[in-house]
Ligand binder design. Structure first.
Ligand code: PXP
Length: 259
């Protein structure tokens, strides 16, 4: 069954709307963990529009599950990431004007900086994931560069305008997950996933971790954060294939991975 990593950026978005101290993503992370989240994800953006340096440093001390830091590969953020030492980094593209991460990383265009950074992260005991579109080229390059994971961008699937388009996008996710596994990569997925569209993604056997933020935070406005996380975990549990249907390679890797 995939593990649920809750992205709490938008708790900080609300706080930054008033440049105040509430709501605090550190408190939110603890509530998510108590509700059963398997990990906490935050994105320290260059423009610091939501998560702040202080959040990342405190979360490193307080998160008891797993801390995944999403980041653009800039010299400043790279040094912060190495200093904070999260359990995992996910390298994403970043544009100042975008509302959220819009597409997968241009792995070819960043191959020189990735080639330099990936060994530094791995040498520091930090697992490296690259956020990629569901296409063969970036996945192949991620494997060549020595990434541990690819996080497959589920945005086109989530935003598909028709059932037919969604089903075609789901096929791309499945093919990409299978291809990544064949190259020795581990597979995560995320972006735009919600309580309704999550089911088929949970059933992709290679997917180990789901990064979900916006839908959980939206629901938390109505039902509370604890309940919103529990409901998402319930959906994942209900949709998960029996262990026997899990890809043998994934099962083997999970055995050797962190508990
Ligand atoms: N994965 C990555 C790499 C992201 O950039 C984001 C958005 O911050 C997410 C997952 C979560 O997306 P959403 O907020 O739509 O659930």
């Amino acid at each position: 069954m995939p593990r649920l990593h809750v992205n709490i950026d938008h708790v900080a978005t609300l706080r930054q709307a008033r440049r105040s101290q509430e709501p605090d993503p550190v408190t939110a992370a603890a509530i998510c963990e108590l509700a059963g989240a398997d990990g906490i994800t935050v994105h320290l953006r260059e423009d610091r529009r939501h998560i702040q340096d202080r959040d990342v440093h405190i979360l490193r001390k307080t998160v008891k599950t797993l801390l995944n830091l999403e980041m653009a590969l800039t010299p400043e953020i790279l040094e912060i990431a190495l200093d904070v030492s999260p359990d995992q980094v996910c390298i994403v593209p970043e544009k100042r004007q975008e509302l959220t991460t819009e597409g997968g990383l241009d792995v070819a265009g960043h191959s020189a900086s990735l080639d330099d950074a990936i060994p530094r992260f791995k040498g520091a005991g930090i697992e490296v994931s690259l956020f990629v579109d569901p296409m063969p080229e970036p996945i192949e390059l991620a494997a060549q560069l020595g990434a541990d994971f690819v996080e497959i961008h589920t945005g086109s699937y989530a935003n598909a305008p028709t059932g037919r388009a969604r089903s075609a996008e789901l096929d791309r996710l499945k093919t990409s997950a299978h291809y990544a596994e064949s190259l020795g990569l581990r597979v995560n997925a995320g972006h735009g996933l919600d309580y309704r569209n999550i089911l088929p993604v949970v059933q992709i056997p290679q997917v180990e971790e789901l990064n979900i933020g916006y839908s959980i935070l939206c629901r938390s406005i109505y039902v509370g954060l604890d309940q919103a996380v529990r409901e998402m975990q319930d959906r994942i549990l209900a949709a998960a294939p029996p262990e026997a249907e899990e890809s043998p390679a994934v099962a083997q890797k999970k055995k050797g991975s962190r508990a």
